[in-house]
Design a protein. Structure first.
Length: 217
């Protein structure tokens, strides 16, 4: 492989004051993330992602060869009931913040809470549902990039609809679509793992949304 000079170059110094990371994108569109560090930090690598790393060249035999290529440390994790209840509580509570933002015509506030809080919990619950059906033996990838592979077409389209937040009206729709999906997903997880859902919490949040939408939408 021939690498022509990089046309995009970024240098970031780590907080330890010794390591430097170079993010390089070459003219042939090959990307390399290069980290330079002193030998004193080699054990950090040995304790890191060795299970999914490959040693290309180690002239001084400083690094442990991976025993088995695996991404096990990134596999889906089965939730405890406390994890489950925390996810539900965060989702239903922050939904009221989205409503508050819409009622006050605070567009960015509403979008932020829908995007970075309620949908995050929805995706977490969806990942647990997939785990209960297929086993907690694989990863959905960074940013859940493989999650669509485990959804029916109509499920993915429903999830996609929650990303259209270009107007207040569409945010209301995205929020209520998120409600529908979260109820369905959490019910399946609760049934599979014998967890209890706080039904009053769900009812209170739905009532809050419905009554405020009737007045302000």
């Amino acid at each position: 492989m021939t690498l022509r000079p990089p046309f995009c170059f970024f240098d970031q110094h780590f907080s330890d004051g010794f390591s430097s990371k170079f993010l390089m994108l070459f003219q042939g569109y090959t990307r390399i993330d290069l980290t330079l560090c002193p030998l004193s930090l080699k054990e950090d690598w040995n304790r890191g992602d060795e299970g999914i790393s490959t040693i290309l060249l180690d002239k001084d035999d400083l690094f442990r060869a991976p025993q088995l290529l695996s991404d096990k440390q990134y596999h889906l994790q089965m939730p405890t009931e406390a994890n489950f209840l925390d996810c539900c509580n965060e989702f239903w509570w922050v939904c009221t913040y989205v409503v508050k933002g819409l009622c006050r015509n605070e567009f960015l506030y509403a979008v932020d809470h829908l995007t970075f809080h309620t949908r995050t919990e929805l995706l977490r619950m969806m990942s647990w549902r997939i785990g209960t059906e297929r086993g907690f033996t694989f990863s959905l990838g960074k940013n859940n990039k493989y999650l669509p592979n485990y959804l029916e077409k109509h499920e993915f389209l429903e999830l996609q609809s929650t990303y259209d937040v270009s107007t207040n009206e569409k945010i209301w729709h995205a929020l209520q679509a998120s409600h529908t999906m979260f109820i369905r997903e959490s019910t399946k997880v609760a049934k599979a793992l014998d967890f209890q859902i706080n039904e009053q919490e769900v009812a209170n949040s739905l009532t809050y949304t419905r009554e405020h939408k009737r007045v302000y939408a």
